[in-house]
Write a protein that binds this ligand. Structure first.
Ligand code: Z5A
Length: 211
């Protein structure tokens, strides 16, 4: 059986990931693709337990290296138990954030060295990398305003400063420039139909290449 396809969706605060993940799923399913939706941190029992710790707003201060290692601990379980088996069975795996988020949040946001992240990436993933990464990019102030309009209380990471999220955005944009062949950057400050037409175009391009 042909290997499936590994698609990740990334973006900063209020970029519209949840909204657009549902759209990605419906586009792929309408085209007859077998789809597995998953997320990071999370996707397994261990990953979800670590997610609860990582996002707990009442958690005592978490050391940046401890945060990084928990992200990769969750990822190690997720890659082995969920992502690799689903790709081997031919699924289109759609993951809500993956290692680009680590480069953006723990690298850009927390200032941890990129080569430390790269070492862990190779250790945990071997040569597994996303086939397509859709980055929903928008000015931090717009994203914070959108996120602030939601009902839910901010989690531990969402409580970070605007400067932190500016560094996250800069790191994502740098990644997109570094890997233009797998990144599709969508201007998420547009209205939803325009954002979704950008996403649909990216999906149609990759589906056409694989048919
Ligand atoms: N994290 C990390 O640090 N390191 C890692 O390695 C990984 C993760 C993997 C959990 O992420 C946290 O983990 C995340 C990074 C960190 N922390 N932060 N911050 P998450 O993905 O679960 O949480 P999230 O960032 O809050 O994502 P989300 O729930 O998908 O939210 P969203 O992107 O803001 O999406 P939304 O809820 O769909 O949209 C927000 C609002 O905007 C909502 O009211 C929409 O109706 C509205 N919206 C959406 N699109 C539009 C447009 N185009 N126009 C107008 N309004 C819109």
């Amino acid at each position: 059986m042909a290997r499936g396809f590994f698609l990740t969706l990334e973006g900063g605060e209020g970029a519209g990931k949840s909204t657009n993940l549902r759209f990605v799923q419906s586009c792929l399913e309408a085209a007859g693709k077998p789809v597995l939706m998953t997320r990071e941190p999370g996707g397994t029992a261990l990953g979800e337990a670590l997610r609860a710790v990582l996002l707990d707003a009442n958690q005592s201060p978490v050391d940046p290296l401890a945060e990084l290692l928990m992200m990769f601990a969750a990822r190690a379980q997720h890659v082995e138990d969920v992502i690799k088996p689903a790709l081997a069975e031919g699924y289109w795996v759609v993951c809500d954030r993956f290692t680009d988020a680590t480069y953006a949040y723990q690298g850009g946001g927390r200032g941890l060295p990129r080569d430390t992240i790269a070492t862990l990436e190779t250790m945990v993933q071997g040569d597994l990398r996303p086939d397509l990464t859709i980055l929903l990019d928008l000015p931090v102030a717009v994203g914070m305003q959108r996120a602030g309009a939601r009902d839910a209380a901010p989690d531990r990471i969402e409580q970070e400063s605007q400067d932190f999220f500016e560094r996250v955005r800069a790191a994502y944009r740098e990644r997109a420039q570094q890997f233009p062949q797998r990144y599709c950057v969508v201007d998420a400050s547009q209205d939803l139909p325009a954002v979704q037409s950008g996403i649909r175009a990216a999906l149609e391009t990759v589906m056409a290449k694989r048919s």
